[in-house]
Design a binder for this molecule. Structure first.
Ligand code: C5P
Length: 222
């Protein structure tokens, strides 16, 4: 089948992006990190000192910027116009403000349009919060990837340690829970499992195991 898109949604830190990258690699699909798009806008808004409660101003800013995902040998790089923002969109400041920025309907409608365009050709893996419910309601395969908050915080903690960044485990847990709360309670296209999604709880599974499961499911559907 020509239009095989895979949607991977779920709460923060469940391993969506790592899994999505692996699945895309192994199936030779395009990986589209929709969270990175919201992060890039948040970064631009903070830099331009735009009021983050102001949907119309954020929309105006978004309409003036190009956000692109470039697939290079070293991995996917995120560009805001000509600037490589791959690393700066992962800072604490961006992470703690991205849910507010992405709660605005005007912002989401524009982002979703861009995401649909990117996925137009089929053969794409998209990860996010509303891919199965809103961006691609007809995706061939929808996965809802979860894990306990404890486990998600533990993974984040180790990730940070590996990067040489000191962090507080309890604080990470609170941050993750807060972001999930904001993402699931916003009015427009909240984080929610699609009715026809398959839930995978990755609490006791490794990333390659989850990727393998999804690849099997994808193969069953082609
Ligand atoms: O996946 P990631 O943690 O990078 O996403 C950052 C934030 O972007 C999420 O917490 C959420 O607020 C927003 N987001 C969204 N819809 C998506 C992807 C991300 O609202 N499809």
């Amino acid at each position: 089948n020509k239009k095989m898109n895979i949607a991977i949604d779920g709460p923060a830190g469940a391993g969506k992006s790592t899994v999505a990258k692996l699945v895309a690699e192994q199936l030779s699909f395009l990986y589209i990190d929709t969270g990175a798009m919201y992060r890039a806008l948040t970064y631009a808004a903070l830099r331009d000192e735009i009021e983050l409660n102001d949907g119309p101003s954020l929309f105006k800013l978004l309409s003036q910027i190009d956000i692109s995902l470039k697939h290079e040998k070293s991995g996917v790089r995120v560009f805001l116009n000509e600037e490589d923002v791959t690393d700066v969109i992962r800072t604490k400041e961006v992470t703690s403000n991205v849910s507010l920025v992405s709660s605005h309907e005007l912002v989401r409608v524009e982002m979703v349009e861009r995401q649909r365009k990117l996925a137009e050709g089929g053969h794409a893996v998209l990860d996010g919060r509303d891919i199965g419910t809103f961006v691609l309601p007809d995706a061939k395969l929808k996965v809802f990837l979860t894990a306990s908050v404890e486990e998600r915080a533990r993974r984040r903690f180790e990730e940070q340690q590996a990067k040489g960044i000191d962090s507080d485990f309890e604080q990470l847990k609170l941050d993750i829970a807060r972001r999930d709360e904001l993402d699931s309670t916003r009015e427009f296209a909240p984080l929610k499992m699609a009715n026809d999604a398959i839930e995978i709880d990755s609490t006791t599974l490794s990333i390659p195991e989850v990727a393998e499961l999804i690849i099997e499911l994808a193969k069953e559907r082609t």
